[in-house]
Design a protein around this ligand. Structure first.
Ligand code: PLP
Ligand code: COI
Length: 368
């Protein structure tokens, strides 16, 4: 499945001719951005076929995909995606954050979902190609960015259950403000006991649509409980923290430790998570990646040993967790102020992303 592109792909660039683009963009960027509501004017598409590899790289007007109704993605969910942002710096330049890491994760997801691997350089190039036409969509207000959604689908029209012999890769983009309605205020999280997000040996470590489909019913349960996200426990014992529906989780201890669930095979290896581990080490915190039980959290919060908790991911950056609610119990208090360590790491990470602090780890790549 791993068809290497011998030479870099040559793009066919066809700008959108819609006369309403500039007006629509101005209206969107002047309004409340929220997350994922408005798409830019263009998209990237690259086709793949077994035996031929990646071909027909294009940037073209944003619009519907033509798919055969028998396309494998529509039946067996053979799909993967990524999430990565472009940040506008004060001088107007546009940068992205650790794109090689996203490109490598897309390759790991592809391997698990039996999809073709897009070379990492082509992943990065696809972001550049889209920014070349849609750079004016990168907002400049504080805490805003352009969220890229690269994704790959199995397009072969065949109802037999096997890895598809044809696929396509696309990138769309959406200007983004705060992921949660209340901005960076502490959120309430619902502990799902009845459902797991991913199974042992399943696809939890891949970024595939099916994982999110499985999280939607528990996510609805969370909303019904007045919570904005759901926390999943490990699928084997139902004791240890895994992650939220779309974010990793961290706990901060009074004795200077910062703890996050170890990569269990069923959680997604977040790029924000790995960056926070680095920033935490840099500031002299003792970092632990290990099993953390929900009982440890409850007892630690009660005794004062655990002082803060937060969720992290590209879309929501770092979001303080105010409280965690489950059947018959609540840990924490959603009205308590956001934790100091949480907000300090959040500030440092966003200062690096927005070019307000030196990029000492070489995480940024200029797109334009
Ligand atoms: N876990 C899940 C299930 C996610 O969807 C995400 C978001 O991408 C993350 C964790 C965080 O990953 P990253 O920091 O790379 O965005
Ligand atoms: C992200 O943070 O990029 C995510 O993918 C989370 C969610 C929007 C799926």
């Amino acid at each position: 499945m791993n068809a290497p592109a011998a030479a870099p792909l040559a793009y066919q660039v066809t700008p959108s001719t819609d006369p309403g683009n500039a007006e629509r963009r101005a209206a969107v960027l002047a309004g409340e951005l929220g997350f994922g509501k408005h798409m830019t004017d263009h998209m990237v598409s690259i086709a793949w076929e077994a035996g031929r590899g990646w071909h027909d790289a294009r940037v073209h007007a944003y619009g519907p995909l033509a798919l055969d109704p028998a396309a494998a993605v529509l039946h067996y969910g053979q799909e993967i995606f990524e999430g990565i942002k472009a940040y506008r710096h004060a001088d107007g330049s546009i940068w992205t954050f650790r794109p090689q890491a996203n490109g490598e994760r897309l390759q790991r997801s592809a391997a698990r979902l039996a999809l073709p691997k897009l070379p990492v350089d082509e992943f990065v190039e696809s972001l550049r190609q889209l920014i070349a036409l849609d750079h004016e969509w990168v907002p400049s207000a504080p805490e805003t960015s352009l969220y890229f959604r690269p994704f790959m689908i199995a397009t072969e029209a065949f109802l037999g259950v096997r890895a598809a012999q044809a696929a396509s890769y696309h990138v769309i983009a959406s200007p983004a403000g705060a992921y949660f309605a209340k901005g960076v205020a502490p959120v309430s999280i619902w502990l799902s006991r009845d459902y797991a997000r991913a199974a042992k040996g399943g696809t939890g470590a891949a970024k595939c649509g099916g994982n999110y489909a499985a999280s939607l019913l528990p996510q609805q349960e969370a909303y019904a409980q007045g919570c904005s996200q759901v926390l999943f426990l490990d699928p084997v014992e139902g004791k240890y923290l895994e992650e939220l529906g779309g974010m990793n989780v961290f706990l901060v201890y009074a004795d200077g430790r910062i703890v996050t669930p170890e990569l269990s095979g069923s959680i997604l290896e977040g790029i924000t998570r790995s960056s926070i581990l680095q920033l935490a080490r840099d500031r002299g915190l003792k970092v632990e990646e290990r099993k953390v039980s929900i009982d440890e959290w409850r007892d630690g919060a009660a005794s004062g040993a655990i002082t803060e908790a937060f969720a992290c991911g590209t879309a929501a950056v770092i979001t303080p967790i105010g409280e965690i609610k489950g059947d018959g119990f609540t840990i924490g208090d959603v009205n308590a102020p956001a934790g100091e360590v949480t907000m300090a790491i959040r500030k440092e990470l966003t200062d690096i992303q927005y070019g307000r602090l030196p990029d000492r780890h070489g995480w940024l790549l200029r797109l334009r």
